[in-house]
Design a protein around this ligand. Structure first.
Ligand SMILES: NC(=O)c1ccc[n+]([C@@H]2O[C@H](COP(=O)([O-])OP(=O)(O)OC[C@H]3O[C@@H](n4cnc5c(N)ncnc54)[C@H](O)[C@@H]3O)[C@@H](O)[C@H]2O)c1
Length: 251
């Protein structure tokens, strides 16, 4: 028996990095994984690799900032699976920009993809999840939500919104008897393509230098927490935030 046997899980931004690690771990533990992203070739290949390894996975194009794409995605999951048990609102991106350098366009793009994207995911998942008897929504925030990184100002603002939105949605679900739990995750620096990109944009030669005190986490360090939150083991964990940074933010 897998820890999430038979659950239908939608993971956004799953073509690489943390979303891909989540997909692999949830599929290994018995979930039917629906992976979405805007990088279609990488997403298709990732889903095929999971199927070859014996898992159940499919891939679909989805830009999380598009309301129509959320409506289509939830409709297609309803048609194909008849239920939705887990939503991992993972898709994201980051651009360097302090409060003086950051353009309005960059600020709005962070907001569209991470703040509005998570809002739309929650909004459109709730009806199908509640009809399914409940579920778990896992929203990817960051330590940036608590700490506020000046060179990632727009990113910090969007991740802060994800943190507070998650709590509002959790309470809404409880007040309405939906049996849907909503939690946010707050990783520190985790070794993914996002870190490679950031390191090169900052002109840092060695990516380990981004986190010299506690080192970089591995994508599986986050995926294992996603697995716990997706499973019924976490049935009393709701409306909370889990920091995954090896104690960096309290030093
Ligand atoms: N890696 C870290 O150190 C770290 C730390 C804290 C939080 N996070 C968060 O975790 C999540 C995953 O990060 P990652 O490190 O795997 O990044 P990544 O860049 O490696 O992967 C992000 C994925 O999201 C996809 N994506 C971007 N815009 C999209 C859109 N509009 N619609 C759909 N998909 C889109 C990308 O194509 C990519 O496949 C992000 O929300 C990120 O902010 C990452």
């Amino acid at each position: 028996m897998g820890r999430v046997d038979g659950k239908v899980a939608l993971i956004t931004g799953a073509a690489q990095g943390l979303g891909l690690a989540d997909a692999k771990v949830l599929a290994r533990e018995g979930a039917k994984v629906v992976m979405t992203d805007i990088q279609d070739a990488a997403g298709e290949a990732a889903a095929a690799a999971i199927r070859e390894a014996g898992g159940t996975a499919s891939y679909a194009h989805q830009d999380v900032s598009s309301e129509a794409s959320w409506q289509d995605m939830v409709r297609s999951i309803r048609d194909e699976h008849g239920r939705l048990d887990v939503l991992v609102n993972n898709a994201g991106f980051v651009q360097i920009g302090d409060p003086e350098q950051c353009t309005l366009e960059s600020f709005q793009r962070h907001n569209r993809i991470m703040n509005e994207g998570v809002f739309l995911g929650c909004k459109y998942a709730l009806p199908l999840m509640s009809e399914s008897g409940g579920g778990s929504i896992i929203n990817m925030s960051s330590t940036a939500s608590h700490l506020g990184y000046p060179i990632f100002m727009a990113y910090s603002a969007a991740k802060g919104a994800v943190r507070s939105m998650s709590k509002a949605v959790a309470i809404h679900c409880q007040m309405n008897g939906y049996r849907i739990r909503v939690n946010s995750l707050h990783p520190g620096a985790i070794d993914t393509p996002m870190i490679d990109q950031t390191t090169s944009e900052l002109g840092i030669e060695n990516k380990e230098d981004l986190s010299p005190v506690v080192g970089l986490g591995a994508p599986e360090d986050v995926a294992n927490v996603v697995l716990f939150l997706a499973s019924d083991e976490s049935r009393f964990v709701n409306g909370t935030e889990i920091i995954i940074d090896n104690a960096l933010s309290i030093q």
